[in-house]
Design a binder for this molecule. Structure first.
Ligand code: SF4
Ligand code: SF4
Length: 303
């Protein structure tokens, strides 16, 4: 966690490792819904720098975490050995997309089946025998235990509930989306505006066509054809310190037609438009997704 960043703080909970769904000491997190752990298969570790690796892809990240978790099992639980392990991991990592943001070498895989990301230094981690080694991480155990990212206050309860349900099987997409609160907010705003009414979690029950249409819409983040080619990255630097600002949609502000439809969502998708005609195609694509959501809801007689 970056201690320089304004955060929402709570007393302890920590935990990236224990109960899916709520912090271990039972405290209610900001915004009520606990986002760090969702279920046995889904958790987030974005503030640990989980995604801040070169050549990020789901397969590469999974392989890296598997190898790291296996390697850590052989490390004696002694301060020098743990620190040396972390240094070796970072030395081998390569250049991070956000160089001034850390990647914690102790984020690995946890759970009975090693099915979700989590902290290898947690007292309940395999081999730790109840000892909390998180103080050996870059920002120290207190930051690990007390940090809540801006998503906790920037998304409303309905949006959080929908995301935890839609991505209940996919930790990779979940962590990248839940921390991209600007994109999520813009996407839900676009849906609400298109439908002309409030949008609630029960309208997109898991497994329904409407849920799938909404999921596809949110997944545009991962295959948006209009994404800039100069350094766009699925990793969202969500700390509010202005260190890595997003670039404008038009490199030449005089060619911008703005304000225009879906401006915010296009910005959050890290679009770049060399000319106004590509902007039209991008808007059409978003409209098509919104219409698909609307049609699925109408079919269920929800609208
Ligand atoms: S980035 Fe936010 S949701 Fe993810 S683990 Fe950190 S505090 Fe939890
Ligand atoms: S020590 Fe654990 S909780 Fe702290 S940053 Fe590293 S992986 Fe995250």
């Amino acid at each position: 966690m970056n201690p320089l960043i304004p955060t929402i703080r709570r007393k302890d909970p920590s935990d990236r490792l224990t109960d899916p769904s709520r912090p271990e000491n039972g405290e209610i997190p900001p915004g009520v819904i606990y986002l760090c752990q969702v279920n046995e298969n889904v958790s987030c570790g974005a503030c640990c720098g989980l995604y801040n690796i070169p050549d990020l892809s789901k397969d590469r990240l999974l392989q890296l975490l598997q190898e790291r978790t296996a390697a850590f099992r052989t490390v004696p639980r002694e301060i020098e050995a743990i620190i040396a392990f972390g240094e070796k991991i970072l030395a081998d990592l390569g250049e991070k997309p956000f160089p001034e943001f850390h990647h914690c070498p102790f984020v690995g895989l946890i759970g009975a089946d090693l099915s979700r990301p989590g902290c290898l230094l947690h007292p309940l981690g395999i081999g730790n025998r109840g000892v909390d080694f998180r103080g050996l991480s870059e920002y120290g155990g207190m930051a690990c235990r007390s940090f809540f990212c801006p998503t906790y206050r920037n998304l409303d309860a309905e949006e959080k509930r929908i995301l935890t349900e839609l991505f209940a099987l996919d930790w990779y997409a979940y962590g990248l989306l839940i921390t991209d609160h600007g994109l999520v907010t813009a996407s839900f705003e676009a849906v609400r505006e298109h439908l002309g009414r409030p949008f609630r979690a029960e309208m997109v029950k898991c497994g329904s066509a409407a849920a799938e249409a909404l999921r596809k819409f949110l997944l545009l983040k991962f295959h948006w054809p209009f994404q800039r080619t100069d350094g766009a990255n699925p990793v969202n630097y969500f700390f509010e310190d202005g260190l890595y600002d997003r670039k404008p949609l038009f490199s030449d502000s005089s060619s911008s037609p703005g304000p225009w439809k879906y401006e915010r969502i296009l910005f959050e998708l890290e679009s770049a438009f060399p000319a106004a005609d590509s902007l039209c195609r991008a808007q059409e694509m978003i409209t098509a997704h919104l219409e698909e959501i609307e049609a699925a809801l109408k079919k269920r007689c929800i609208l």
